[in-house]
Design a protein around this ligand. Structure first.
Ligand SMILES: [Zn+2]
Length: 227
C-alpha cells in the first residue's frame, strides 16, 4: 500500500497543482467522453495510456474477460452503465478491448481451477459461446495461439451481446453509433481492430491510422455506420 499512498502524496503535491485549471474545467462541466471503453480488469491494461486520453476522455467498464452480458431487464452493473453512457452521455463510439495473456480466457478454455470460484464460473458463462466457437473452429491450435484466438472470438461474441442492448441496437440501425472490437498485445504494444469485411483483426499501424476513417462494424441494416 506504501507505493499507492506515496502516489497520492505526489498527486496532491505536484500533479494536481500543475494541472489545476484542467481539473477545474473538468469539474465545472458535464463529462463528455470520446468513447465507452469496455475492457478486462487486468492491471496491465491501461486504457488511457494506450489511447493517450486524459481524465474525461473514456467512459469505462472493466471486468474479468471484458464481458458484456446480453441485455436483460434484471439488470446489473454493465447493463446500467451501457444504458447510461448511450442515453445520458450520448456516447457514439464503443470499443470492446480484449488483451493478450488474459487470465479469464485461459480459465474459460481450461475450465480448470474454477470449482472454488463459483462467482467467476457464473460470470464466465457469458463467454460460453466463445468457448464453443473455439472448440469447433480452432482444433488445430494450442497454447498461446489458442488463447489469442479465444480472446479475439470473445471480443466478437461480446460485440454481439452489446447489440442486444436496446439503446445500442436502435442506434446501430440508425447509424448513430459505432462499435469497435480491439485486441491489445501487452508485450508488443500493438493494437488490432476487427474488420468486418475481411473477417479478421488488423493492426492499427501508422498506415491504418493514416487511412482514417477506419473500417467500421456493419450495423444490422447492412449499410456501414458513418462517423
Ligand atoms: Zn483479461
Amino acid at each position: 500500500m506504501d507505493k499507492i499512498l506515496t502516489g497520492v502524496e505526489q498527486f496532491r503535491r505536484s500533479v494536481f497543482p500543475a494541472n489545476q485549471h484542467f481539473f477545474q474545467q473538468l469539474a465545472s462541466k458535464q463529462q463528455k467522453p470520446e468513447a465507452l471503453f469496455i475492457t478486462c480488469a487486468d492491471s496491465r491494461v491501461n486504457p488511457n495510456l494506450i489511447t493517450q486520453t486524459e481524465p474525461g476522455g473514456l467512459f469505462l467498464i472493466r471486468n474479468a474477460g471484458n464481458i458484456v452480458p446480453p441485455y436483460s431487464t434484471v439488470g446489473g452493473g454493465e447493463i446500467a452503465t451501457i444504458e447510461y453512457s448511450v442515453e445520458v452521455l450520448g456516447i457514439r463510439n464503443i470499443i470492446i478491448c480484449g488483451h493478450s495473456q488474459c487470465g479469464a480466457m485461459k480459465a474459460l478454455l481450461t475450465g480448470g481451477g474454477l470449482e472454488h470460484l463459483p462467482a467467476v464460473k457464473a460470470w464466465c458463462s457469458h463467454a460460453e459461446a466463445t468457448r464453443r466457437i473455439v472448440e469447433r473452429k480452432y482444433q488445430d491450435l494450442k497454447g498461446e495461439e489458442l488463447i489469442v484466438a479465444a480472446t479475439e472470438e470473445n471480443v466478437l461474441v461480446q460485440m454481439n451481446h452489446l447489440s442486444t442492448h436496446p439503446c445500442v441496437a436502435a442506434r446501430l440501425s440508425s447509424g448513430e453509433i459505432n462499435v469497435f472490437g480491439w485486441y491489445y498485445d501487452i508485450g508488443s504494444g500493438q493494437i488490432y481492430q476487427y474488420d468486418q469485411e475481411r473477417g479478421s483483426f488488423f493492426e492499427l499501424d501508422e498506415e491504418a491510422l493514416a487511412a482514417r476513417p477506419l473500417p467500421l462494424r456493419e450495423p444490422k441494416n447492412g449499410s456501414p455506420v458513418a462517423e
